[in-house]
Design a protein around this ligand. Structure first.
Ligand SMILES: Cc1cc2nc3c(=O)[nH]c(=O)nc-3n(C[C@H](O)[C@H](O)[C@H](O)COP(=O)(O)OP(=O)(O)OC[C@H]3O[C@@H](n4cnc5c(N)ncnc54)[C@H](O)[C@@H]3O)c2cc1C
Length: 187
């Protein structure tokens, strides 16, 4: 890539001439808790998803237990999230862990009684991990990162968005630098 190409990329980004950024292709294999997946799969334009089937395959007993237990302060539209006291964090982690363990035991009991996987899974919590393929193009990836690798996004999805953005930065450094220089607004 020469200086002229780099200049053109910066121009396209600045002018929000976005469609040239649709010709690249990223494919990720993601493992995430269900509540993160619900947020992720809201991103429609230029994204494709295929998820491990909880109808045909048994769900694995893997659950997310947050390290970062926080409290919500402020008012709607202007919340901030502060870490809780250690004692509260440990109690919350135990509640989440115990609830998930009990839920998975109930799931197993139902399967043993012949209940279909698609029905028994109703007992599993939002912390359950699932897996899926996620494909997108650089433009749709930038739009995702602009919304989800952002302080307003929930901490957990932000970790995923930051990881995805690191691949954009690694594979398309000039495009990524232009995105950042353009206040992280996707073209
Ligand atoms: C901090 C945060 C809080 C959120 N809170 C909530 C919430 O409380 N409740 C909730 O339901 N969702 C919530 N969302 C999800 C949000 O409303 C969007 O669904 C999500 O961020 C996907 O964004 P998008 O539609 O721009 O992306 P995509 O679906 O990828 O669309 C990309 C772009 O394509 C265009 N586009 C796509 N589809 C259409 C269409 N049908 N009509 C016109 N233009 C279209 C738009 O320009 C859009 O920006 C939240 C998102 C964030 C980041």
């Amino acid at each position: 890539m020469g200086e002229r190409d780099e200049g053109l990329i910066r121009f396209l980004m600045r002018e929000r001439h976005g469609s040239p950024f649709e010709h690249g292709y990223f494919r990720f294999v993601v493992k995430a808790p269900l509540f993160v997946v619900r947020e992720h799969h809201r991103h429609r334009a230029g994204h494709s998803y295929n998820e491990w089937s909880g109808r045909y395959s048994k769900m694995e007993p893997e659950f997310y237990v947050p390290e970062n237990v926080r409290t919500q302060v402020g008012k709607p539209g202007a919340y901030s999230f502060e870490p809780v006291e250690d004692e509260v964090r440990v109690d919350a982690q135990r509640e989440i862990q115990e609830n998930a363990t009990r839920a998975f035991q109930a799931y197993e009991r139902m399967l043993e009684q012949g209940v279909a996987k698609e029905v028994a899974r109703a007992v599993l919590p939002l912390s359950t991990y699932t897996k899926y393929y996620w494909s997108c193009n650089p433009r749709s990836l930038m739009h995702f990162c602009s919304l989800r690798n952002h302080e307003a996004a929930q901490f957990e999805i932000r970790q995923y968005a930051a990881a995805a953005e690191s691949f954009l930065e690694q594979e398309m450094p000039v495009t990524h630098a232009a995105f950042v220089a353009n206040d992280r607004i996707a073209p």
